[in-house]
Design a binder for this molecule. Sequence first.
Ligand code: AMP
Ligand code: ZN
Length: 119
Amino acid sequence: MSQQTPDDCLFCKIVAGDIPSERVAESERSIAFRDISPAAPIHVLVVPRRHEPTVGALAHASADDLADVFRLAQQVAEQEGVADANRMIVNTGSDAGQTIFHAHVHVLAGARFTEGRMV
Ligand code: AMP
Ligand code: ZN
């Protein structure tokens, strides 16, 4: 799996404020901002401030950071009025569509997702 160091990581730069993003929520441990190329009317990324390449690595590194990412994702869903109709997605590995190797959760909503199928 390819990995990026924090110096070479787009989401670390967004966390630091060196690259602009449309932030919609933040906590001490995580930030949430709109995806630059939305796949649904509501598409927000929730990322830990700490750099870990995948959500699985984050789970091993810090249960508190992992929990906070999902807590903030739920806060975003509530803020956006889609707490009862959203899809949270985690891609792990380039074969599964991961393009940024800084852990993140996609919060998608506002579209009618395919029923009865995961993908
Ligand atoms: P993934 O494919 O799961 O690694 O998701 C990475 C996501 O980051 C994609 O949905 C991209 O559209 C999104 N993305 C890439 N660059 C930016 C950026 N500068 N600001 C916001 N979202 C971005
Ligand atoms: Zn990073």
